[in-house]
Design a protein around this ligand. Structure first.
Ligand code: THU
Length: 139
């Protein structure tokens, strides 16, 4: 438990730092995310918006992409933490849930936090029941 708290604090620091780099002039809604790989490496990212709104990149998917780009194997990501400044914990968007489900380990968890002590935690089956998966393509 102690180790898990230390891990979450480390992820929170990385995600909060990334959130300070968010490019969110349209929404004014900065987000930071940090994902932990099986070997202990942490990858963090922020949201990056665009004047062509639909091109906005979410923090979570960018952090996952950074891990994959560094050579982390799909399925070897064990915890992803989302940080949003303020006093409300926010849930990840549906698109990010789909990508987390495919790239993270089956027993992984997603944690969301803000500037209070509140944490919200989801397992894969909590955040995306009955998912569309790679196996869905094997018809
Ligand atoms: N956003 C994220 O980065 N992650 C989410 O899970 C939800 C939304 C970003 C996208 C956009 O830049 C801003 O938050 C408002 O939607």
């Amino acid at each position: 438990m102690h180790q898990q708290n230390a891990e979450i604090e480390k992820l929170r620091a990385c995600a909060a730092r990334a959130a300070t780099h968010a490019y969110s002039p349209y929404s004014q809604f900065p987000v930071g995310a940090a994902v932990l790989a099986g070997n202990g490496a942490i990858y963090s990212a922020c949201n990056v918006e665009n004047a062509s709104f639909s091109l906005t990149q979410c923090a979570e998917r960018s952090a996952l992409a950074a891990a994959i780009a560094d050579g982390v194997q799909p399925g070897d990501l064990i915890r992803l933490l989302i940080y949003t400044p303020g006093n409300q914990v926010h849930a990840p968007c549906g698109a990010c849930r789909q990508v987390m489900q495919e790239l993270m380990s089956t027993d992984s968890e997603v944690v969301s936090c803000c500037d209070t002590d509140e944490l919200k935690t989801w397992s894969q089956s909590d955040y995306l029941p009955d998912p569309f998966t790679p196996e869905s393509l094997n018809r």
